[in-house]
Design a protein around this ligand. Structure first.
Ligand code: ATR
Length: 273
């Protein structure tokens, strides 16, 4: 019997990544023969460790912080969404040692919102908090759902203005500071790294209205400060990004294996664990 195909998540730190668990559940569910490990590599080690993984027969990697930008440089080909995101979260071995880079984060977010949480995006007003890699990575897939407007609010307003200018197209999009994003949003997505430090992106009162849904791209075992804040502000609903994690993993699995796993039982298992 041939040995199972090898996959891994590479990051720094990576010890707490739930990706190995998710992909093991996907593999069991779909009957695919694969192993999926964790690889801790510093930024200085990243390129060499990645090349060695594929030279040794590895079939695919998920790339997480802080390597998503660096991963693009190793790819012979990039999908359109990875090019637009300027970041890669999925590497796939192609023939002849070449690597394909994709970014499934935005598709994962869109699917978690629309399919899992029943939050429509078309025709809605969206407020995105943050203007770093996390927000850049999901902007294109969000715009493709045809929202009425996207406002990007960031602690450093110039970064939000720059991102809005770069993604300007058919959907109205504008950047601003966190202090005056406006009101009337159907959905507020926190894409800042503030949650990781237990901090809140400081928004003025009144931004969350009774019908507003709040979503934190970060997640934890306990509710994040942003989720607690959203509930206290009277949000219709507040969710964390565990569903996004499972959905982006399913998109990666589809790219690698040609099979889309069912995500609902896997998300339920993770929530129980
Ligand atoms: P990532 O790739 O995770 O998005 P990043 O590029 O460092 O990381 O961006 C982090 C984002 O979180 C930025 O938008 C940052 O705001 P600035 O551009 O002003 O630095 C935002 N951020 C981090 N900590 C924050 C805090 N405590 N309050 C508000 N915004 C914060």
């Amino acid at each position: 019997m041939s040995s199972p195909d090898r996959y891994a998540v590479i990051g720094h730190p990576v010890a707490h990544s739930r990706s190995p668990r998710i992909h093991a559940l996907f593999a069991a569910q779909t009957g695919q023969s694969l192993v999926y490990e964790r690889i801790d590599a510093t930024p200085a080690e990243f390129a060499a460790v990645t090349r060695a993984f594929f030279a040794g027969g590895g079939r695919g990697l998920n790339v997480t912080l802080p390597h998503k930008e660096a991963a693009s440089a190793l790819c012979a080909h990039l999908t359109a969404r990875a090019r637009r995101a300027r970041a890669v979260n999925t590497l796939k071995a192609e023939g002849g040692g070449a690597l394909l880079g994709d970014n499934t984060d935005g598709a994962g977010l869109v699917r978690d919102l629309e399919a899992n949480l029943g939050v429509p995006l078309a025709g809605r007003r969206l407020l995105l908090l943050g203007a770093g890699g996390a927000v850049r990575g999901v902007l294109d897939p969000l715009l493709q759902r045809g929202p009425a407007e996207i406002v990007i609010a960031n602690r450093t307003p110039a970064r939000a203005l720059g991102l809005a200018a770069e993604f300007a197209g058919t959907v109205p999009i504008r950047g601003c500071g966190l202090d005056a994003p406006g009101t009337g949003f159907d959905l507020i997505i926190n894409g800042t790294s503030a949650s990781l430090a237990g901090e809140l992106p400081g928004l003025p009162p009144g931004v969350v209205q009774p019908g507003t849904v709040c979503y934190d791209m970060a997640y934890g075992r306990e509710d994040t400060v942003f989720v607690r804040w959203a509930c206290a502000q009277g949000a219709a609903r507040a969710a964390m990004g565990l569903g996004m994690l499972v959905e982006q993993a399913a998109e990666s699995f589809l790219l690698w294996r040609g099979v889309r796993p069912e995500t609902a039982p896997v998300l339920a298992a993770l929530q129980r664990e």
